[in-house]
Design a binder for this molecule. Structure first.
Ligand code: GAR
Length: 316
């Protein structure tokens, strides 16, 4: 399966970036680093990434609006065909627009046990508060600073006599262990049948009057009291494939699709010419496109009355 394409954004030293990069050198690592980008052209991490043969990009934020700078970074991410973004000491407050463009696909590491100590001087604050532990958190990035859903944390004991620097140095070791592990788990999660089923379910149940039943052991989506429009087929009769089955117009369309992309489309056994199988286990699912397939399939089986009602609703 293709490795997930990760871009890392840094502002400074980039030791977390380095940890992500070296973890990615393991053959079994499910991600690869395709770009290291920075708002600071002098960031030490850029030189390291270059030396390791990773593409780099830098654009200073000085004199630019937040929107303009985020836009430039976003374009660089898109140009590198980035699928996931890892913020690693990227000391910029992000615009809600930038965040929404990477929703669910952008992670950050923060040097505290969130929700404690958002923002700066986290170690100082933990020591001053008399906490027994500092630590680090990897979380999904949302528009609110250091606030998205926490994926995993590592507590780090505070020793008598610890200073902010001595604690920071130990937390950094924990950060380097935590980040690559959580990132690997996060990108790999999109390559599981459970994830694919949930995404199919999301799209299917968003159709009007849709419900889910099991048919021949397969999760199956239909119009309540009516016809089925989507099946989720996982290793059906031991075929080793995970796929979405949707309605099509007939043998001609089926043959055309298979000819177009024979790795992805197939003729589903026992379903005949009115259906096509779309592989979900190839590692590059375009969920918008899959959503369109499901909507089209729904239309193919919905009553004329229901389609008409929907068209009228769409006009408003
Ligand atoms: C890390 O400790 C990271 O957790 C922190 O900046 C440091 C970057 O070090 N990030 C934040 O404070 C974000 N709010 P690095 O450049 O060596 O990875």
């Amino acid at each position: 399966m293709a490795k997930a394409r990760v871009a890392v954004l840094i502002s400074g030293t980039g030791t977390n970036m380095a940890a992500l990069l070296y973890a990615a050198k393991a053959a079994e690592c499910p991600y690869e680093i395709v770009l290291v980008a920075s708002n600071n052209p002098d960031a030490a991490g850029l030189k390291l990434a270059e030396a390791e043969g990773i593409a780099t990009f830098a654009h200073p934020h000085k004199g630019l609006s937040r929107e303009a700078h985020d836009g430039i970074m976003h374009d660089a991410l898109v140009a590198a065909k980035t699928e996931f973004v890892a913020l690693a000491g990227y000391m910029r407050i992000l615009t809600p627009e930038f965040v929404s463009q990477w929703e669910g696909r952008m992670l950050n590491i923060h040097p505290s046990l969130l929700p404690k100590y958002k923002g700066l001087h986290t170690h100082e604050r933990a020591i001053e508060a008399g906490d027994s532990h500092g630590g680090c958190s990897v979380h999904l990035v949302t528009a609110e600073l250091d606030d998205g859903p926490i994926l995993q944390q590592t507590p780090v004991a505070i020793l008598p006599g610890d200073t902010a620097d001595s604690l920071a140095a130990r937390v950094l070791i924990a950060e380097h262990q935590l980040y690559s592990r959580v990132l690997a788990q996060w990108v790999a999660r999109e390559n599981t049948p459970e994830y694919w089923l949930n995404r199919v379910r999301e799209h299917a149940l968003a159709q009007a009057e849709a419900d889910e039943v099991a048919s021949h052991g397969m999760p199956c989506f239909g119009i309540i009291g009516g016809k089925k429009f989507a099946y989720f087929s996982h290793d059906h009769h031991g075929d080793g494939r995970t796929a979405l089955l949707v309605k099509i117009s007939g043998a001609e369309e089926q043959a055309m699709l298979i000819e177009q992309d024979e790795a992805r489309y197939f003729r589903p056994a026992y379903f005949g010419d009115g259906w096509v199988g779309i592989r979900l286990d190839l590692g590059d699912n375009d969920w918008d496109h899959i959503g369109q397939w499901i909507a089209k399939s729904w239309r193919a089986v919905a009553s004329k009355k229901l389609v008409k009602l929907l068209d009228i609703a769409d006009e408003f």
